[in-house]
Design a protein around this ligand. Structure first.
Ligand SMILES: *[C@@H]1O[C@H](CO)[C@@H](O)[C@H](O)[C@H]1NC(C)=O
Ligand SMILES: *[C@@H]1O[C@H](CO)[C@@H](O)[C@H](O)[C@H]1NC(C)=O
Ligand SMILES: *[C@@H]1O[C@H](CO)[C@@H](O)[C@H](O)[C@H]1NC(C)=O
Ligand SMILES: *[C@@H]1O[C@H](CO)[C@@H](O)[C@H](O)[C@H]1NC(C)=O
Ligand SMILES: *[C@@H]1O[C@H](CO)[C@@H](O)[C@H](O)[C@H]1NC(C)=O
Ligand SMILES: *[C@@H]1O[C@H](CO)[C@@H](O)[C@H](O)[C@H]1NC(C)=O
Ligand SMILES: *[C@@H]1O[C@H](CO)[C@@H](O)[C@H](O)[C@H]1NC(C)=O
Ligand SMILES: *[C@@H]1O[C@H](CO)[C@@H](O)[C@H](O)[C@H]1NC(C)=O
Ligand SMILES: CC(=O)N[C@H]1CO[C@H](CO)[C@@H](O)[C@@H]1O
Length: 895
């Protein structure tokens, strides 16, 4: 279907009323049941009658409406229903064709019928978790919520359905109002990408119906008194739940539950009896003693043991009937705290250890489609790159994200989004968000209560930022803090992601937001200003993340691709939004051509981009790693950004199709657990250790050669490494002797285990980039003289022998693991070798794909073995190898 056909498909009408068909099984049938509305019929209010009471009666024929899943924005629904196709929408500037569609400026209806069998003493509740931007809710012809009550993308509410439901078919109708990011508490993209055509309007999160007896209970909030690991640790776990009496009588109830501990740990029972008077709501605390507590750690530092708690609320009548129950909830035992150090920088502590945040900023899908499997792959990529924290800037997604993070050991820095309505403060003149009025505070309160409840028990929570670019005013801060307190929030609460100001009640944020967001050279990170490696950088990076050719061709037309390299200052639809600073690649391209030479064709351009991107992310993470215990420590770095909401040209470490790129492997090298890094500014070598337990003797080899493979210098240094710290080793000799270009190889070796731990090659220019710090802007620091890598264009060519070895093909889970042996058969270095696994049936890159290393540079006659893992069959996979000065070859898999 092309776009104009798709648009006319939006204009589908409404037929008459028809009799209700056979009743399916009831949605909920026993006390304690809670069920997600399984799907919706979706229609624009323009194409439906305006009579909501009638439309929300069972029996209306909506068979011509779009059938969509349980949660999804309007666009997500239309994509799911096949009205649009994202391959087509994302191609070139096709999305622009929807920009002026008036259909997105009117409300949309989500309607569903379902069966219930209410009986005496049974109570029904509707649970919302946020509807964008706001909604009226109707049940069986009656309005149960106004759009003043049900407001905001994070407004989670409970509505009492008891008097509104009946035996047989019931109907729920939601009228969701269009969204304006400046006016509504929604999920905006600011300058990340073009806005989704519907601004995210709709029932983007699940809606649930629950049934209880006379008394109900809330999910548990979990508090532990754990501070630091010790032996046979005894930990007190406090479980809190809110009980409500729905009946006209005094009821005697018991909270009766169990904790299932991980192996080796033991937890007491949960038992507590209380009397609830008529009209009473009360919070009950149960303290449970846990012996041999299993401690939860971030991925790199240990395991992720999880405890599961589940309880029933029993009525004390003769049969001890269940009145309500909690769903199984996971929690972990660990402690997280933060402090502002003497430099006014925030630092985090996890289980008593200094925790340097190495993170990146998360982008949800542009249409808020949530695929848990995709998020899992994204987190796997993060762990593979050595990242330990994901920052969600107002994109808190769904409970599944936190459960994944708990299981995978990924720390989460959640928080509210910048700009837009969320930061409509009197003192914020940088953004256009409508200033807050009296009616906004209850919306913010509901949002904070709901998100805090969802996140509270998760061990993966590192903190919550109640502001991003700007801090909340005192009144909003009080609203947020009261809500956090009500939800027993024990993790750090931080005023904002910048140092612009702070509310008294919270104190300084200790996080800097001084850029860069656009290109800066590698030596920038070793400076002592702006975003350089000191303190906590809450969102920063050299703006890189260019996809490789295979991905580019999926979303860029030939003319878009021509524009990208032939008109370096032109705007591009697949960069940031049109009104942002980042709509073109002019700063990046000027540096790229200035340092690597003008692009001669598209392939040459993309290859140069990969080198520049690799260099950029490696330097950022290496510098932050190197300075982790400097006199002014680098306490954290959040790369801007991790991934993109749609196929994008920058601000990402892998592309929308999950293809790892130059920026990915630069990050992966820069974050290695143990590593040696070159300091572009001081010309020193740094020894880095991010582990808590690796220590002892190490040997570092430092070798510098020229383009012909001739040695400029070679040194071996003996040293010892200490956990969770870095130190300067010594200066690289011979940098001053570089003629046109040189390659520096650093190898870190564990001499006892006779094993190379880290191996890494830099290309170095006879002159360094020169920064003009005084002319820094919020997004970059200009460069007055560029490093010169132009010699890379005329390197003597190298021959590399490459073979696929040791194949563990198609293991039980369908994954293939293989090694690729590379051998440089030349006397000159083989530079920037890229290995790519291609599916031979469709010529597409296999993703996700996990390479131990990539974009590697080999010394003359050097051998290097890389490993790869991917889902698929090696027999249908071709491994391609190419390089800056190496001809492309395709490897056949061994028989
Ligand atoms: C989306 O929000 C922006 C403000 O951020 C507004 O200008 C635009 O009109 C909105 N689009 C729709 C379809 O409502
Ligand atoms: C843990 O709980 C027990 C029983 O309530 C109490 O005696 C003990 O003091 C608590 N331990 C700590 C460290 O609070
Ligand atoms: C819900 O409505 C029923 C019926 O009117 C009432 O008995 C019950 O107390 C209400 N529940 C709450 C939590 O207000
Ligand atoms: C609590 O539940 C367990 C089963 O999960 C049951 O064996 C026990 O008798 C219950 N306790 C009370 C007081 O009802
Ligand atoms: C705790 O662990 C120790 C050592 O493994 C063991 O001897 C002891 O029995 C355990 N205690 C409990 C309550 O499981
Ligand atoms: C106990 O209470 C439940 C819920 O109100 C009711 O259905 C059940 O009949 C009661 N049982 C007895 C023995 O009173
Ligand atoms: C830290 O901030 C406080 C004010 O919040 C200021 O007085 C102090 O000088 C700052 N310290 C440093 C080292 O910048
Ligand atoms: C292109 O952009 C760069 C970087 O912003 C700038 O220095 C240069 O003058 C621009 N060139 C043209 C022709 O506009
Ligand atoms: C008789 C009576 O007051 N029952 C109360 C039990 O609790 C619910 C919820 O708080 C009230 O709505 C009822 O009025």
């Amino acid at each position: 279907m092309n776009l104009s056909q798709a648009l006319s498909a939006l204009f589908v009408g409404l037929a008459g009323v028809h009799a209700a068909s056979n009743n399916p099984p009831p949605l909920v049938s026993s006390p304690g049941d809670i069920t997600v509305i399984p799907g919706w019929s979706l229609q624009s209010s323009i194409h439906a009658p305006n009579d909501m009471p009638r439309l929300s009666q069972p029996g209306v024929d909506v068979s011509t409406w779009h059938r969509v899943g349980p949660r999804g924005t309007v666009m997500a629904g239309l994509l799911q229903a096949g009205v649009f196709d994202d391959t087509e929408l994302f191609y070139s500037d096709n999305l622009n064709q929807l920009a002026s569609e008036t259909i997105f400026r009117s409300p949309w209806l989500y309607r569903e019928e379902f069966t219930l069998n209410p009986s005496d003493n049974q109570y029904f509740t509707l649970h919302t978790h946020g509807i964008t931007s706001k909604a009226e809710i109707y049940v069986n012809g009656e309005r149960i919520a106004t759009s003043d009550e049900q407001q905001g993308s994070y407004g989670g509410h409970k509505y009492n359905l008891t008097d509104h439901v009946h035996d047989g078919t019931n109907c729920l109708l939601i009228r969701a109002y269009p969204t304006n990011y400046l006016r509504d508490f929604a999920l905006g993209f600011v300058d990340w990408n073009p806005y989704p055509s519907d601004n995210g309007t709709g029932v983007w999160r699940n809606v649930e119906i629950s049934q209880t007896g006379p008394a109900s209970m809330s999910p548990f909030r979990v508090i532990t008194d754990f501070t630091k690991p010790g032996q046979n640790q005894k930990v007190n776990v406090t479980l809190k739940t809110d009980l409500v009496n729905h009946s006209q009588n005094t009821v005697q109830v018991s909270v009766n539950g169990t904790i299932i501990p991980p192996t080796g740990s033991k937890a007491g029972p949960i038992l507590r009896s209380v009397e609830l008077k008529p009209g009473e709501s009360r919070t009950v605390s149960v303290e449970v003693s846990v012996e041999n507590a299993s401690i939860w750690w971030p991925a790199r530092w240990g395991a992720q043991p999880l405890y599961t708690v589940q309880a029933n609320l029993l009525l004390h009548n003769k049969t001890m009937t269940i009145s309500d129950k909690t769903q199984a909830q996971q929690f972990g035992i660990r402690q997280v705290s933060s402090y502002v150090n003497q430099h006014n920088d925030t630092a985090f502590v996890v289980n008593g250890q200094q925790f340097q945040v190495m993170g990146a900023g998360y982008g949800p899908d542009m249409f808020m489609r949530f695929d848990e499997g995709r998020v899992e792959k994204i987190f796997q990529y993060m762990l593979d790159m050595g990242l330990n924290t994901v920052r969600l800037e107002g994109k808190q997604e769904h409970p599944e994200l936190y459960e994944l993070a708990d299981r995978m050991g990924m720390m989460v820095l959640a928080g509210w989004e910048c700009c837009d309505k969320w930061e409509g403060w009197e003192y914020n003149n940088d953004a256009q968000g409508v200033k807050w009025g009296k009616s906004d505070y209850p919306i913010a309160q509901a949002a904070m209560l709901h998100e805090a409840e969802m996140m509270q028990a998760h061990p993966s929570m590192l903190g919550f930022l109640v502001g991003s670019d700007y801090w909340p005013n005192d009144r909003a801060t009080e609203v947020y803090l009261d809500a956090m307190k009500a939800m027993d929030w024990k993790n750090p609460i931080i005023a904002s992601a910048s140092k612009r100001g702070y509310p008294k009640a919270l104190g300084p944020s200790g996080m800097k937001m001084d850029g860069p967001y656009d290109w800066v050279p590698p030596n920038y990170w070793y400076g002592d200003q702006e975003g350089a490696a000191f303190g906590f950088g809450s969102e920063l990076g050299a703006g890189v993340g260019t996809p490789e050719m295979g991905s580019l061709k999926k979303f860029m037309s030939d003319s878009d691709l021509d524009t990208m390299w032939k008109k370096p200052n032109s705007s591009l639809f697949h960069m940031s939004r049109y009104d942002s600073q980042f709509f073109d690649r002019s700063i990046y391209n000027e540096a790229l051509f200035g340092r690597y030479g003008k692009a001669t064709d598209l392939e040459d351009y993309v290859l140069k981009c990969q080198m520049a991107d690799y260099e950029a992310t490696r330097a950022q993470y290496e510098a932050y790693s190197a300075k982790q215990n400097a006199s002014r420590p680098a306490t954290g770095s959040i790369y801007w950004m991790l991934n993109s909401a749609w196929p994008n040209l920058h601000w990402q470490l892998f592309d929308y199709y999950l293809s790892p790129i130059g920026a990915y492997f630069g990050t992966k090298v820069g974050n290695r657990l143990e590593h040696v890094a070159y300091d572009y500014e001081s010309e020193n070598v740094w020894l880095i250790n991010h582990s808590l337990d690796l220590q002892g003797d190490r040997e570092v080899s430092i070798d510098l050669i020229d383009a012909n493979g001739k040695t400029i210098s070679g040194t071996k240094v003996k040293t010892t490494t200490v956990p969770n710290s870095s130190k300067e080793l010594q200066k690289v000799t011979g940098i001053d002797k570089i003629q046109d270009i040189a390659f520096l190889r650093l190898v870190l070796r564990d001499t006892k285990a006779k094993r190379d731990i880290s191996r890494n090659v830099y290309w170095l220019s006879p002159k360094n980039d020169v920064l003009n710090w005084d002319e820094s802007t919020w997004y970059t620091t200009p460069v007055t003289d560029y490093a010169d890598y132009k010699k890379l264009e005329s390197l003597p060519s190298a021959t590399v022998k490459a073979t696929v070895q040791t194949v563990n093909a198609q293991t039980k889970d369908g994954w293939t693991y293989a090694d690729v042996q590379l051998e440089n058969k030349s006397k000159v270095p083989a530079v920037f070798l890229r290995l790519n696994a291609i599916n031979s049936s469709n010529s597409a890159e296999v993703t996700p794909v996990f390479w131990s290393d990539n974009y590697v540079t080999l010394w003359p006659n050097e051998k290097l073995r890389l490993s790869v893992g991917f889902e698929g069959d090696i027999k249908q996979t071709v491994i391609e190898v190419s390089g800056r000065n190496v001809k492309k070859q395709s490897l056949k898999s061994p028989k």
